[in-house]
Design a protein around this ligand. Structure first.
Ligand code: ATP
Ligand code: ATP
Ligand code: MG
Ligand code: MG
Lengths: 256, 256
Protein backbone atom coordinates (compact mmCIF):
# COMPACT_ATOMS: atom_id res chain seq x y z
CA UNK A 1 0.00 0.00 0.00
CA UNK A 2 1.38 3.38 -1.11
CA UNK A 3 0.56 6.40 1.09
CA UNK A 4 0.86 9.57 -1.00
CA UNK A 5 0.75 12.95 0.82
CA UNK A 6 -0.32 15.92 -1.31
CA UNK A 7 1.16 19.03 0.32
CA UNK A 8 2.35 22.59 -0.23
CA UNK A 9 2.38 25.11 2.65
CA UNK A 10 1.06 27.80 0.27
CA UNK A 11 -2.70 28.19 0.16
CA UNK A 12 -4.87 27.75 -2.91
CA UNK A 13 -2.42 25.83 -5.15
CA UNK A 14 -4.79 22.94 -6.11
CA UNK A 15 -3.84 20.41 -3.41
CA UNK A 16 -7.44 19.32 -2.96
CA UNK A 17 -8.24 19.45 -6.68
CA UNK A 18 -5.18 17.30 -7.46
CA UNK A 19 -5.95 14.81 -4.65
CA UNK A 20 -9.53 14.30 -5.86
CA UNK A 21 -8.71 14.06 -9.57
CA UNK A 22 -5.64 11.84 -9.19
CA UNK A 23 -7.57 9.59 -6.79
CA UNK A 24 -10.33 9.26 -9.38
CA UNK A 25 -7.81 8.46 -12.14
CA UNK A 26 -6.00 5.84 -10.03
CA UNK A 27 -9.36 4.16 -9.28
CA UNK A 28 -10.27 4.20 -12.99
CA UNK A 29 -6.94 2.47 -13.71
CA UNK A 30 -7.83 -0.41 -11.41
CA UNK A 31 -6.23 0.63 -8.12
CA UNK A 32 -8.24 0.44 -4.89
CA UNK A 33 -7.97 4.00 -3.59
CA UNK A 34 -8.62 5.70 -0.23
CA UNK A 35 -8.62 9.50 0.15
CA UNK A 36 -8.10 10.82 3.69
CA UNK A 37 -9.12 14.47 4.17
CA UNK A 38 -6.81 15.97 6.80
CA UNK A 39 -7.95 19.58 6.22
CA UNK A 40 -10.70 20.86 8.51
CA UNK A 41 -12.00 22.86 5.49
CA UNK A 42 -13.28 19.52 4.16
CA UNK A 43 -13.06 20.48 0.46
CA UNK A 44 -11.98 16.96 -0.59
CA UNK A 45 -14.83 15.49 1.45
CA UNK A 46 -17.42 17.61 -0.39
CA UNK A 47 -15.91 16.97 -3.84
CA UNK A 48 -17.07 13.39 -4.22
CA UNK A 49 -20.81 13.32 -4.42
CA UNK A 50 -21.88 14.86 -1.11
CA UNK A 51 -21.89 18.43 0.15
CA UNK A 52 -22.15 17.42 3.82
CA UNK A 53 -19.34 16.54 6.22
CA UNK A 54 -19.73 13.18 7.99
CA UNK A 55 -20.36 12.88 11.73
CA UNK A 56 -17.13 10.88 12.31
CA UNK A 57 -13.99 11.11 10.24
CA UNK A 58 -10.21 11.52 10.14
CA UNK A 59 -10.12 13.36 13.49
CA UNK A 60 -11.78 10.41 15.25
CA UNK A 61 -9.39 7.98 13.59
CA UNK A 62 -6.29 10.00 14.53
CA UNK A 63 -7.33 10.57 18.13
CA UNK A 64 -7.86 6.84 18.46
CA UNK A 65 -11.56 6.64 19.21
CA UNK A 66 -12.45 4.59 16.10
CA UNK A 67 -10.76 2.35 13.52
CA UNK A 68 -10.60 2.74 9.74
CA UNK A 69 -13.70 0.57 9.22
CA UNK A 70 -15.92 2.95 11.18
CA UNK A 71 -14.90 6.10 9.28
CA UNK A 72 -14.24 4.83 5.79
CA UNK A 73 -17.13 5.50 3.34
CA UNK A 74 -17.52 4.52 -0.32
CA UNK A 75 -17.99 7.31 -2.85
CA UNK A 76 -20.03 7.24 -6.06
CA UNK A 77 -16.80 6.30 -7.87
CA UNK A 78 -16.07 2.55 -7.90
CA UNK A 79 -12.94 1.58 -5.92
CA UNK A 80 -12.63 5.06 -4.42
CA UNK A 81 -13.33 5.39 -0.68
CA UNK A 82 -13.07 8.42 1.59
CA UNK A 83 -12.30 9.16 5.21
CA UNK A 84 -13.83 12.62 5.50
CA UNK A 85 -12.99 15.73 7.46
CA UNK A 86 -15.04 16.96 10.39
CA UNK A 87 -14.97 20.36 12.07
CA UNK A 88 -13.11 18.97 15.06
CA UNK A 89 -10.00 18.70 12.88
CA UNK A 90 -9.38 22.37 13.69
CA UNK A 91 -8.23 21.13 17.14
CA UNK A 92 -6.22 18.13 15.94
CA UNK A 93 -2.83 19.85 16.16
CA UNK A 94 -3.13 20.29 19.91
CA UNK A 95 -4.34 16.69 20.35
CA UNK A 96 -1.42 15.30 18.36
CA UNK A 97 1.13 17.56 20.04
CA UNK A 98 0.09 16.15 23.43
CA UNK A 99 0.68 12.55 22.33
CA UNK A 100 4.27 11.54 23.07
CA UNK A 101 6.34 10.34 20.11
CA UNK A 102 3.35 9.67 17.85
CA UNK A 103 4.73 11.47 14.79
CA UNK A 104 3.67 8.71 12.45
CA UNK A 105 0.47 7.63 14.17
CA UNK A 106 -1.40 7.95 10.88
CA UNK A 107 0.79 5.31 9.27
CA UNK A 108 0.17 2.92 12.16
CA UNK A 109 -3.59 3.49 12.06
CA UNK A 110 -3.73 2.85 8.30
CA UNK A 111 -1.39 -0.19 8.36
CA UNK A 112 -4.13 -2.74 9.22
CA UNK A 113 -5.93 -1.73 6.00
CA UNK A 114 -2.93 -2.48 3.78
CA UNK A 115 -4.79 -5.42 2.26
CA UNK A 116 -7.79 -3.29 1.30
CA UNK A 117 -6.16 -0.41 -0.59
CA UNK A 118 -3.39 0.01 -3.16
CA UNK A 119 -3.11 3.80 -2.84
CA UNK A 120 -3.99 6.15 0.02
CA UNK A 121 -4.01 9.89 -0.76
CA UNK A 122 -3.68 12.40 2.10
CA UNK A 123 -5.09 15.90 1.37
CA UNK A 124 -3.16 18.25 3.64
CA UNK A 125 -4.13 21.71 4.97
CA UNK A 126 -2.07 24.80 3.95
CA UNK A 127 -0.06 24.80 7.17
CA UNK A 128 3.16 23.45 8.66
CA UNK A 129 1.26 22.28 11.72
CA UNK A 130 1.39 19.02 13.64
CA UNK A 131 -1.19 17.36 11.37
CA UNK A 132 0.98 18.01 8.33
CA UNK A 133 4.01 16.74 10.22
CA UNK A 134 2.15 13.50 10.89
CA UNK A 135 1.12 13.16 7.25
CA UNK A 136 4.70 13.67 6.04
CA UNK A 137 6.11 11.31 8.65
CA UNK A 138 3.52 8.66 7.75
CA UNK A 139 3.60 8.75 3.96
CA UNK A 140 5.68 6.66 1.58
CA UNK A 141 5.73 9.40 -1.06
CA UNK A 142 4.84 13.07 -1.42
CA UNK A 143 3.53 15.18 -4.33
CA UNK A 144 3.82 19.00 -4.25
CA UNK A 145 1.32 20.93 -6.42
CA UNK A 146 2.70 24.39 -7.21
CA UNK A 147 1.50 27.06 -9.66
CA UNK A 148 4.23 29.01 -11.52
CA UNK A 149 3.67 32.09 -9.29
CA UNK A 150 6.21 34.00 -7.14
CA UNK A 151 4.41 33.53 -3.78
CA UNK A 152 3.80 29.85 -4.56
CA UNK A 153 7.47 29.48 -5.48
CA UNK A 154 8.44 30.79 -2.03
CA UNK A 155 6.02 28.25 -0.55
CA UNK A 156 7.54 25.48 -2.68
CA UNK A 157 11.06 26.18 -1.40
CA UNK A 158 9.85 26.22 2.23
CA UNK A 159 7.86 23.06 1.68
CA UNK A 160 10.90 21.41 0.11
CA UNK A 161 13.14 22.20 3.07
CA UNK A 162 10.51 20.91 5.54
CA UNK A 163 10.19 17.65 3.57
CA UNK A 164 13.95 17.24 3.40
CA UNK A 165 14.16 17.68 7.16
CA UNK A 166 11.37 15.19 7.89
CA UNK A 167 12.92 12.69 5.50
CA UNK A 168 16.22 12.99 7.37
CA UNK A 169 14.81 12.80 10.89
CA UNK A 170 11.51 10.89 10.84
CA UNK A 171 10.84 9.13 7.56
CA UNK A 172 13.97 8.06 5.71
CA UNK A 173 12.10 5.90 3.21
CA UNK A 174 9.85 8.73 1.93
CA UNK A 175 10.30 9.56 -1.75
CA UNK A 176 9.33 12.84 -3.42
CA UNK A 177 7.26 11.73 -6.40
CA UNK A 178 7.46 15.16 -7.94
CA UNK A 179 6.41 18.79 -8.14
CA UNK A 180 3.24 19.24 -10.16
CA UNK A 181 2.82 22.62 -11.94
CA UNK A 182 -0.87 23.51 -11.51
CA UNK A 183 -3.09 26.37 -12.69
CA UNK A 184 -0.83 26.80 -15.69
CA UNK A 185 -2.41 29.44 -17.93
CA UNK A 186 -2.26 28.94 -21.69
CA UNK A 187 -0.67 32.33 -22.36
CA UNK A 188 1.84 32.47 -19.53
CA UNK A 189 2.94 35.88 -18.27
CA UNK A 190 6.64 36.73 -18.23
CA UNK A 191 6.80 36.37 -14.42
CA UNK A 192 5.10 32.96 -14.63
CA UNK A 193 7.55 31.87 -17.36
CA UNK A 194 10.42 33.01 -15.12
CA UNK A 195 9.10 31.01 -12.16
CA UNK A 196 8.61 27.92 -14.33
CA UNK A 197 12.18 28.22 -15.64
CA UNK A 198 13.43 28.63 -12.07
CA UNK A 199 11.45 25.59 -10.92
CA UNK A 200 12.92 23.45 -13.69
CA UNK A 201 16.44 24.67 -12.87
CA UNK A 202 15.98 23.85 -9.17
CA UNK A 203 14.09 20.57 -9.44
CA UNK A 204 14.95 19.22 -12.89
CA UNK A 205 13.33 15.91 -13.73
CA UNK A 206 11.13 16.06 -10.62
CA UNK A 207 8.85 18.35 -12.65
CA UNK A 208 6.79 16.67 -15.36
CA UNK A 209 7.15 18.23 -18.83
CA UNK A 210 3.52 19.30 -18.79
CA UNK A 211 1.56 20.57 -15.82
CA UNK A 212 -2.20 20.94 -15.28
CA UNK A 213 -3.70 23.71 -17.43
CA UNK A 214 -5.98 26.31 -15.86
CA UNK A 215 -9.66 25.83 -16.81
CA UNK A 216 -11.85 28.04 -14.62
CA UNK A 217 -15.15 27.02 -16.20
CA UNK A 218 -14.56 23.30 -15.71
CA UNK A 219 -13.18 23.40 -12.16
CA UNK A 220 -15.67 25.85 -10.72
CA UNK A 221 -18.54 23.84 -12.25
CA UNK A 222 -17.06 20.56 -10.97
CA UNK A 223 -16.62 21.92 -7.43
CA UNK A 224 -20.16 23.31 -7.46
CA UNK A 225 -21.56 19.86 -8.36
CA UNK A 226 -19.29 17.85 -6.00
CA UNK A 227 -17.87 15.91 -8.94
CA UNK A 228 -14.20 15.62 -9.95
CA UNK A 229 -13.37 17.55 -13.13
CA UNK A 230 -12.07 14.42 -14.84
CA UNK A 231 -15.49 12.78 -14.34
CA UNK A 232 -17.45 15.86 -15.40
CA UNK A 233 -15.44 16.36 -18.62
CA UNK A 234 -13.06 13.46 -19.25
CA UNK A 235 -12.05 14.82 -22.68
CA UNK A 236 -11.04 18.27 -21.39
CA UNK A 237 -7.34 19.15 -21.62
CA UNK A 238 -6.98 19.47 -17.82
CA UNK A 239 -8.64 16.06 -17.25
CA UNK A 240 -6.30 14.44 -19.76
CA UNK A 241 -3.38 16.09 -17.97
CA UNK A 242 -4.45 14.51 -14.68
CA UNK A 243 -4.77 11.12 -16.41
CA UNK A 244 -1.27 11.49 -17.87
CA UNK A 245 0.21 12.48 -14.49
CA UNK A 246 -1.61 9.59 -12.76
CA UNK A 247 -0.02 7.16 -15.23
CA UNK A 248 3.43 8.64 -14.65
CA UNK A 249 2.98 8.47 -10.86
CA UNK A 250 1.79 4.87 -10.89
CA UNK A 251 4.84 3.95 -12.97
CA UNK A 252 7.20 5.87 -10.64
CA UNK A 253 5.78 4.82 -7.30
CA UNK A 254 7.88 2.48 -5.18
CA UNK A 255 4.97 0.43 -3.89
CA UNK A 256 3.49 -0.45 -7.29
CA UNK B 1 -6.16 53.88 15.47
CA UNK B 2 -8.13 51.34 13.43
CA UNK B 3 -6.88 47.72 13.47
CA UNK B 4 -8.15 45.92 10.35
CA UNK B 5 -7.74 42.12 10.17
CA UNK B 6 -7.73 40.64 6.65
CA UNK B 7 -8.85 37.02 6.97
CA UNK B 8 -10.47 34.09 5.21
CA UNK B 9 -9.75 30.51 6.36
CA UNK B 10 -9.56 29.42 2.70
CA UNK B 11 -6.11 29.47 1.15
CA UNK B 12 -5.07 31.52 -1.89
CA UNK B 13 -7.95 34.05 -1.93
CA UNK B 14 -5.78 37.24 -2.11
CA UNK B 15 -5.55 38.06 1.61
CA UNK B 16 -1.92 39.12 1.28
CA UNK B 17 -2.43 40.86 -2.06
CA UNK B 18 -5.36 42.84 -0.62
CA UNK B 19 -3.47 43.73 2.58
CA UNK B 20 -0.48 45.07 0.64
CA UNK B 21 -2.48 47.00 -1.97
CA UNK B 22 -5.02 48.47 0.45
CA UNK B 23 -2.21 49.45 2.81
CA UNK B 24 -0.46 51.23 -0.05
CA UNK B 25 -3.68 53.03 -1.06
CA UNK B 26 -4.43 54.14 2.52
CA UNK B 27 -0.88 55.55 2.80
CA UNK B 28 -1.27 57.38 -0.53
CA UNK B 29 -4.49 58.93 0.84
CA UNK B 30 -2.62 60.41 3.78
CA UNK B 31 -3.11 57.78 6.48
CA UNK B 32 -0.11 56.57 8.53
CA UNK B 33 -0.25 52.81 7.94
CA UNK B 34 1.33 49.78 9.63
CA UNK B 35 1.13 46.27 8.12
CA UNK B 36 1.72 43.37 10.53
CA UNK B 37 2.50 40.07 8.81
CA UNK B 38 1.08 37.27 10.99
CA UNK B 39 1.63 34.51 8.41
CA UNK B 40 4.87 32.54 8.72
CA UNK B 41 4.88 32.37 4.87
CA UNK B 42 5.94 36.03 4.95
CA UNK B 43 4.40 36.96 1.60
CA UNK B 44 3.35 40.44 2.80
CA UNK B 45 6.85 40.99 4.21
CA UNK B 46 8.45 40.26 0.82
CA UNK B 47 5.94 42.35 -1.16
CA UNK B 48 7.20 45.76 -0.13
CA UNK B 49 10.67 46.22 -1.54
CA UNK B 50 12.63 43.40 0.06
CA UNK B 51 12.75 39.68 -0.65
CA UNK B 52 14.32 38.81 2.72
CA UNK B 53 12.57 38.17 6.02
CA UNK B 54 13.85 40.29 8.95
CA UNK B 55 15.72 38.81 11.90
CA UNK B 56 13.07 39.99 14.42
CA UNK B 57 9.40 40.51 13.68
CA UNK B 58 5.79 39.86 14.69
CA UNK B 59 6.67 36.63 16.55
CA UNK B 60 9.08 38.51 18.83
CA UNK B 61 6.50 41.21 19.46
CA UNK B 62 3.73 38.72 20.30
CA UNK B 63 5.87 36.59 22.60
CA UNK B 64 6.82 39.73 24.45
CA UNK B 65 10.56 39.87 23.91
CA UNK B 66 10.53 43.24 22.10
CA UNK B 67 8.27 46.27 21.64
CA UNK B 68 6.82 47.75 18.44
CA UNK B 69 9.76 50.15 18.02
CA UNK B 70 12.29 47.31 17.73
CA UNK B 71 10.39 45.41 15.02
CA UNK B 72 8.70 48.15 13.01
CA UNK B 73 10.52 49.00 9.75
CA UNK B 74 9.75 51.65 7.13
CA UNK B 75 9.08 50.48 3.57
CA UNK B 76 9.91 52.26 0.33
CA UNK B 77 6.36 53.65 0.40
CA UNK B 78 6.00 56.88 2.42
CA UNK B 79 3.83 56.50 5.54
CA UNK B 80 3.73 52.71 5.19
CA UNK B 81 5.62 50.68 7.82
CA UNK B 82 5.88 46.93 8.29
CA UNK B 83 6.31 44.47 11.13
CA UNK B 84 7.53 41.44 9.19
CA UNK B 85 7.10 37.73 9.57
CA UNK B 86 9.91 35.42 10.65
CA UNK B 87 10.09 31.64 10.40
CA UNK B 88 9.49 31.25 14.12
CA UNK B 89 5.86 32.27 13.52
CA UNK B 90 5.23 28.62 12.65
CA UNK B 91 5.44 27.95 16.40
CA UNK B 92 3.40 30.95 17.55
CA UNK B 93 0.15 29.05 18.04
CA UNK B 94 1.64 26.87 20.77
CA UNK B 95 3.26 29.91 22.45
CA UNK B 96 -0.03 31.82 22.48
CA UNK B 97 -2.05 28.80 23.61
CA UNK B 98 0.18 28.49 26.70
CA UNK B 99 -0.40 32.12 27.73
CA UNK B 100 -3.44 32.31 30.01
CA UNK B 101 -6.27 34.61 28.88
CA UNK B 102 -4.15 36.55 26.39
CA UNK B 103 -6.63 36.32 23.53
CA UNK B 104 -6.17 39.97 22.59
CA UNK B 105 -2.49 40.35 23.43
CA UNK B 106 -1.89 41.82 19.98
CA UNK B 107 -4.23 44.73 20.70
CA UNK B 108 -2.47 45.47 23.97
CA UNK B 109 0.97 45.35 22.33
CA UNK B 110 -0.09 47.71 19.55
CA UNK B 111 -2.00 50.13 21.83
CA UNK B 112 1.09 52.19 22.84
CA UNK B 113 1.61 53.03 19.15
CA UNK B 114 -1.90 54.49 18.72
CA UNK B 115 -0.38 57.93 18.26
CA UNK B 116 1.91 56.82 15.47
CA UNK B 117 -0.53 55.08 13.10
CA UNK B 118 -4.03 55.68 11.76
CA UNK B 119 -4.54 52.20 10.29
CA UNK B 120 -2.95 48.85 11.18
CA UNK B 121 -3.53 45.97 8.75
CA UNK B 122 -3.11 42.37 9.97
CA UNK B 123 -2.35 39.81 7.23
CA UNK B 124 -3.61 36.47 8.58
CA UNK B 125 -2.56 32.92 7.66
CA UNK B 126 -5.13 30.54 6.04
CA UNK B 127 -5.93 28.80 9.32
CA UNK B 128 -8.31 28.97 12.25
CA UNK B 129 -5.40 28.68 14.66
CA UNK B 130 -4.59 30.59 17.84
CA UNK B 131 -2.77 33.37 15.92
CA UNK B 132 -5.89 34.06 13.87
CA UNK B 133 -7.98 33.99 17.05
CA UNK B 134 -5.71 36.67 18.52
CA UNK B 135 -5.94 38.81 15.39
CA UNK B 136 -9.75 38.62 15.37
CA UNK B 137 -9.99 39.29 19.11
CA UNK B 138 -7.62 42.28 18.78
CA UNK B 139 -8.96 44.00 15.68
CA UNK B 140 -11.54 46.79 15.47
CA UNK B 141 -12.72 45.67 12.04
CA UNK B 142 -12.33 42.71 9.67
CA UNK B 143 -12.28 42.40 5.86
CA UNK B 144 -12.89 39.01 4.20
CA UNK B 145 -11.44 38.59 0.67
CA UNK B 146 -13.31 35.84 -1.18
CA UNK B 147 -13.26 34.80 -4.85
CA UNK B 148 -16.61 33.74 -6.37
CA UNK B 149 -15.61 30.03 -6.22
CA UNK B 150 -17.44 27.10 -4.55
CA UNK B 151 -14.58 26.08 -2.21
CA UNK B 152 -13.94 29.70 -1.28
CA UNK B 153 -17.66 30.14 -0.61
CA UNK B 154 -17.51 27.25 1.87
CA UNK B 155 -14.53 28.97 3.47
CA UNK B 156 -16.41 32.26 3.59
CA UNK B 157 -19.34 30.73 5.49
CA UNK B 158 -17.00 29.06 8.00
CA UNK B 159 -15.01 32.27 8.40
CA UNK B 160 -18.25 34.19 8.96
CA UNK B 161 -19.42 31.85 11.72
CA UNK B 162 -16.01 32.04 13.43
CA UNK B 163 -16.08 35.85 13.31
CA UNK B 164 -19.62 35.96 14.65
CA UNK B 165 -18.59 33.74 17.55
CA UNK B 166 -15.51 35.81 18.39
CA UNK B 167 -17.54 39.01 18.18
CA UNK B 168 -20.01 37.54 20.67
CA UNK B 169 -17.48 36.14 23.13
CA UNK B 170 -14.26 38.12 22.90
CA UNK B 171 -14.57 41.29 20.85
CA UNK B 172 -18.03 42.84 20.95
CA UNK B 173 -16.94 46.10 19.30
CA UNK B 174 -15.51 44.44 16.17
CA UNK B 175 -17.26 45.45 12.93
CA UNK B 176 -17.21 43.47 9.67
CA UNK B 177 -16.18 46.08 7.10
CA UNK B 178 -17.16 43.80 4.26
CA UNK B 179 -16.60 40.83 2.02
CA UNK B 180 -14.35 41.70 -0.91
CA UNK B 181 -14.85 39.65 -4.10
CA UNK B 182 -11.33 39.00 -5.43
CA UNK B 183 -9.92 37.27 -8.50
CA UNK B 184 -13.09 38.14 -10.38
CA UNK B 185 -12.61 37.05 -13.99
CA UNK B 186 -13.95 39.29 -16.73
CA UNK B 187 -16.00 36.51 -18.39
CA UNK B 188 -17.39 34.79 -15.32
CA UNK B 189 -18.32 31.12 -15.57
CA UNK B 190 -21.84 30.01 -14.71
CA UNK B 191 -20.68 28.48 -11.40
CA UNK B 192 -18.84 31.72 -10.49
CA UNK B 193 -21.94 33.75 -11.36
CA UNK B 194 -24.00 31.43 -9.12
CA UNK B 195 -21.58 31.87 -6.20
CA UNK B 196 -21.57 35.65 -6.65
CA UNK B 197 -25.38 35.70 -6.63
CA UNK B 198 -25.39 33.51 -3.53
CA UNK B 199 -22.86 35.79 -1.79
CA UNK B 200 -25.00 38.85 -2.52
CA UNK B 201 -28.12 37.06 -1.25
CA UNK B 202 -26.34 36.05 1.98
CA UNK B 203 -24.39 39.20 2.70
CA UNK B 204 -26.23 41.97 0.85
CA UNK B 205 -24.70 45.40 1.21
CA UNK B 206 -21.61 43.98 2.90
CA UNK B 207 -20.38 43.14 -0.60
CA UNK B 208 -19.21 46.10 -2.67
CA UNK B 209 -20.85 46.38 -6.10
CA UNK B 210 -17.53 45.77 -7.81
CA UNK B 211 -14.80 43.41 -6.69
CA UNK B 212 -11.13 43.16 -7.69
CA UNK B 213 -10.69 41.92 -11.28
CA UNK B 214 -8.27 39.11 -12.02
CA UNK B 215 -5.10 40.30 -13.80
CA UNK B 216 -2.51 37.52 -13.83
CA UNK B 217 0.15 39.46 -15.73
CA UNK B 218 0.09 42.41 -13.36
CA UNK B 219 -0.02 40.51 -10.06
CA UNK B 220 2.60 37.89 -10.92
CA UNK B 221 4.94 40.65 -12.15
CA UNK B 222 4.29 42.74 -9.04
CA UNK B 223 4.95 39.81 -6.69
CA UNK B 224 8.13 38.94 -8.58
CA UNK B 225 9.46 42.51 -8.12
CA UNK B 226 8.30 42.92 -4.48
CA UNK B 227 6.16 45.89 -5.45
CA UNK B 228 2.39 46.31 -4.88
CA UNK B 229 0.37 46.08 -8.10
CA UNK B 230 -1.15 49.52 -7.55
CA UNK B 231 2.38 51.00 -7.52
CA UNK B 232 3.57 49.00 -10.51
CA UNK B 233 0.57 49.95 -12.67
CA UNK B 234 -1.61 52.58 -10.98
CA UNK B 235 -3.85 52.94 -14.06
CA UNK B 236 -4.67 49.22 -14.35
CA UNK B 237 -8.28 48.24 -13.71
CA UNK B 238 -7.35 46.10 -10.66
CA UNK B 239 -5.31 48.95 -9.13
CA UNK B 240 -8.22 51.36 -9.58
CA UNK B 241 -10.49 48.80 -7.95
CA UNK B 242 -8.22 48.69 -4.87
CA UNK B 243 -8.20 52.50 -4.75
CA UNK B 244 -12.02 52.58 -4.94
CA UNK B 245 -12.34 49.95 -2.18
CA UNK B 246 -9.81 51.82 -0.02
CA UNK B 247 -11.92 54.97 -0.30
CA UNK B 248 -15.09 53.08 0.62
CA UNK B 249 -13.37 51.44 3.62
CA UNK B 250 -11.95 54.72 4.92
CA UNK B 251 -15.43 56.23 4.71
CA UNK B 252 -17.02 53.24 6.47
CA UNK B 253 -14.47 52.68 9.20
CA UNK B 254 -15.56 53.53 12.75
CA UNK B 255 -12.20 54.92 13.80
CA UNK B 256 -11.84 57.49 10.97
N1 ATP C 1 -6.67 23.63 -13.21
C1 ATP C 1 -7.48 24.51 -12.61
N2 ATP C 1 -8.07 25.48 -13.33
C2 ATP C 1 -8.89 26.39 -12.74
N3 ATP C 1 -9.18 26.42 -11.44
C3 ATP C 1 -8.62 25.48 -10.66
C4 ATP C 1 -7.74 24.47 -11.19
N4 ATP C 1 -7.34 23.69 -10.17
C5 ATP C 1 -7.94 24.17 -9.05
N5 ATP C 1 -8.71 25.25 -9.35
C6 ATP C 1 -9.46 26.11 -8.42
O1 ATP C 1 -8.50 26.85 -7.68
C7 ATP C 1 -8.94 27.03 -6.33
C8 ATP C 1 -7.87 26.45 -5.40
O2 ATP C 1 -7.80 25.05 -5.55
P1 ATP C 1 -7.82 24.07 -4.27
O3 ATP C 1 -8.86 24.52 -3.31
O4 ATP C 1 -7.84 22.69 -4.78
O5 ATP C 1 -6.38 24.41 -3.67
P2 ATP C 1 -5.78 23.96 -2.26
O6 ATP C 1 -4.31 24.04 -2.39
O7 ATP C 1 -6.38 22.67 -1.86
O8 ATP C 1 -6.32 25.14 -1.29
P3 ATP C 1 -6.14 25.19 0.33
O9 ATP C 1 -4.74 25.68 0.53
O10 ATP C 1 -7.19 26.20 0.79
O11 ATP C 1 -6.38 23.80 0.82
C9 ATP C 1 -10.29 26.32 -6.24
O12 ATP C 1 -11.29 27.30 -6.41
C10 ATP C 1 -10.28 25.34 -7.41
O13 ATP C 1 -11.55 25.05 -7.90
N1 ATP D 1 -6.49 40.24 -8.83
C1 ATP D 1 -5.61 39.25 -9.03
N2 ATP D 1 -5.38 38.80 -10.29
C2 ATP D 1 -4.51 37.81 -10.54
N3 ATP D 1 -3.80 37.17 -9.59
C3 ATP D 1 -3.97 37.55 -8.32
C4 ATP D 1 -4.87 38.62 -7.96
N4 ATP D 1 -4.84 38.78 -6.61
C5 ATP D 1 -3.95 37.86 -6.15
N5 ATP D 1 -3.43 37.14 -7.16
C6 ATP D 1 -2.48 36.01 -7.09
O1 ATP D 1 -3.20 34.90 -6.52
C7 ATP D 1 -2.35 34.15 -5.66
C8 ATP D 1 -2.98 34.10 -4.27
O2 ATP D 1 -2.98 35.40 -3.70
P1 ATP D 1 -2.43 35.63 -2.20
O3 ATP D 1 -1.17 34.89 -2.00
O4 ATP D 1 -2.45 37.09 -1.95
O5 ATP D 1 -3.62 34.92 -1.39
P2 ATP D 1 -3.64 34.58 0.17
O6 ATP D 1 -5.08 34.44 0.52
O7 ATP D 1 -2.84 35.56 0.91
O8 ATP D 1 -2.93 33.12 0.20
P3 ATP D 1 -2.53 32.28 1.55
O9 ATP D 1 -3.84 31.62 1.95
O10 ATP D 1 -1.50 31.29 1.08
O11 ATP D 1 -2.02 33.27 2.55
C9 ATP D 1 -0.99 34.85 -5.70
O12 ATP D 1 -0.20 34.17 -6.65
C10 ATP D 1 -1.31 36.26 -6.17
O13 ATP D 1 -0.26 36.86 -6.86
MG1 MG E 1 -7.35 22.16 -0.04
MG1 MG F 1 -1.28 35.24 2.30
Amino acid sequence: MEILAVFNAKGGVAKTTSTVNLGTCFAAMGARVLIVDLDYQGNATTSLGTSELPSVGSYDLITGSVGVAEVCRPTFIPDLSMIGATRSLAAVDVELALKESQHDVLRRLLAPSAGDFDVVLLDCPPAMGVMTLNALASCSAVLIPSPPEPYAHDGLLRTWSLITRIRGELNTSMTVLGILPTLVTAERTEAQEDVLTLMRAEFGSRIPRQGIPRDDALFSRAAAHSVPACVMAPEAEASCAYVRIACQLLDASPGK
